[in-house]
Design a protein around this ligand. Structure first.
Ligand code: SF4
Length: 159
């Protein structure tokens, strides 16, 4: 299909709020979960634990990929959901399972490698927990992620 429009003209497509169905929820119980630490009585949407790669692509939400199996990973690749924003925290599989309280969290480096091979651009983040994923563990994470440059093109860390 060909569309002719001026550079600054709106495309005229409206995908609506729920155009891709319900938001995929987070399956983790992170040690540091910022949603769990939210003060009570705030607006309801602030308590939603989303973990949806479509929202990552669409609006820059960070995702853990722990709810992404082979089928979804292939969909990301086939449909070129790029860039993605990924909460890594650590590339040590056992430590990541412990930090996210999720036994499916340990395959992050394999997932990042697959996405790298598919030329998906990735922005990553680490929530630094003292004496858990800092020090040598952080060095390992940085080393592992730097091997995936330039597809992994940024690492943000927060305390
Ligand atoms: S991924 Fe972790 S930090 Fe984010 S909402 Fe889920 S439990 Fe909380």
């Amino acid at each position: 299909m060909e569309i002719e429009k001026d550079y600054d003209e709106d495309l005229g497509l409206d995908f609506g709020e729920n155009s891709f169905g319900p938001t995929r929820r987070c399956h983790n119980r992170c040690l540091f979960c910022f949603v769990d630490q939210m003060a009570p009585s705030m607006r309801e949407t602030l308590y939603i634990k989303d973990d949806d790669y479509r929202l990552s692509f669409w609006q820059g939400n960070f995702v853990s990929l722990t709810n992404v199996g082979e089928k979804e990973l292939q969909r990301i690749i086939d449909q070129k959901f790029s860039p993605l924003y990924i909460s890594v925290h650590t590339t040590n599989p056992q430590l990541r399972c412990r930090m996210l309280n999720n036994r499916h969290a340990g395959k992050i480096i394999e997932q990042l490698e697959r996405l790298t091979q598919a030329d998906i651009e990735m922005h990553t983040q680490v929530v630094l927990c003292p004496e858990i994923n800092d020090g040598d563990e952080l060095k390992r994470t940085i080393d592992d992620l730097s091997r995936l440059w330039p597809q992994v093109c940024s690492l943000l860390w927060c305390l």
